[in-house]
Design a protein around this ligand. Structure first.
Ligand SMILES: [Zn+2]
Ligand SMILES: [Zn+2]
Length: 263
């Protein structure tokens, strides 16, 4: 059985569970240690059974629970060299637990094959991850400032994806953030807007994609209903063979565990 769930997704904290057979891994640990453990327990997974944590990058919404979690459950932590060096500076991860993943490299954890893809984001060496199992592939694609064509190739044949729909451009532009922060989010190394997420999905939709979870929504500059509507509109107005009502698209919550694919 392929297991893929969001323990929490949003600009304030991210953590995702992916499992197959008797192996389970987390991608990011950006919520509290307690929330990680409670979330796993609600899925029937013992935190002590985790095999590894893969970290996308060093922003706090992806690592804030890591240090405390590792104190009780010292599992290997995989990330790029750049991300690990930041985690070392902040004394988040003991050296003996650190494992460097090179860009475009795959790491095998049992029958999980975790592929690291560089992303465009304003940290040292960010990744997003695609995980392949004997029963298909899933991917977590957040914190990407823009999309490159080659990503479509890597993301073909997925069974499920969690993809960033960070903000509504109008809400961001007219909202309370400083000019510098607005510019950062809208830049090529910031975050995907709802519109950009929808357009990207149009490029990667394929038969067999069973679940599309929208994630990493901004609390200040987005609403779940708006993200969903905007993404669906992009799909329905695009000259492609897919219509949104036949797709299983939903928002992964910030305050609740969301099963994305569990079969
Ligand atoms: Zn980030
Ligand atoms: Zn983030």
């Amino acid at each position: 059985m392929l297991r893929f769930a969001s323990l929490s997704s949003g600009s304030s904290g991210n953590s995702y569970l992916i499992g197959y057979g008797n192996k389970n891994i987390l991608i990011d640990a950006g919520i509290s240690n307690k929330r990680i453990r409670d979330g796993l327990e609600s899925l029937g997974i013992d935190a002590e059974s985790l095999s590894a944590i893969f970290v996308t990058h060093e922003h706090s919404d992806h690592i804030q629970g890591l240090k405390v979690f590792l104190k009780k459950t010292p599992v290997p932590v995989y990330a790029s060299f750049g991300t690990l060096s930041e985690l070392a500076n902040r004394e988040c991860v003991p050296h003996e637990l650190m494992h460097v993943v090179k860009p475009y490299e795959s790491i095998k954890i049992g029958e999980l094959d975790v592929f690291a893809h560089p992303s465009f984001h304003d940290t040292l060496e960010p990744f997003w991850y695609k995980v392949t199992t004997p029963e298909g592939s899933v991917a977590v694609v957040t914190d990407i400032g823009h999309v490159e064509q080659e990503m479509g190739y890597v993301l073909s044949g997925l069974r499920a994806i969690l993809i960033e729909a960070n903000h509504d451009i109008n809400m961001l532009e007219t909202g309370p953030y400083t000019f510098a922060l607005k510019r950062r989010i809208l830049s090529d190394t910031g975050h995907l807007s709802n519109e950009a997420c929808g357009r990207f999905l149009c490029d990667i939709l394929h038969d067999g994609l069973e679940s599309i979870a929208l994630g990493h929504l901004s609390k200040e500059n987005n609403y779940p209903e708006l993200a969903l509507l905007t993404v669906k509109n992009e799909i329905d107005f695009a000259p492609i063979d897919f219509v949104s009502e036949r797709l299983n698209i939903f928002v992964a919550g910030r305050d609740n565990v969301t099963k994305i694919l569990w079969k």
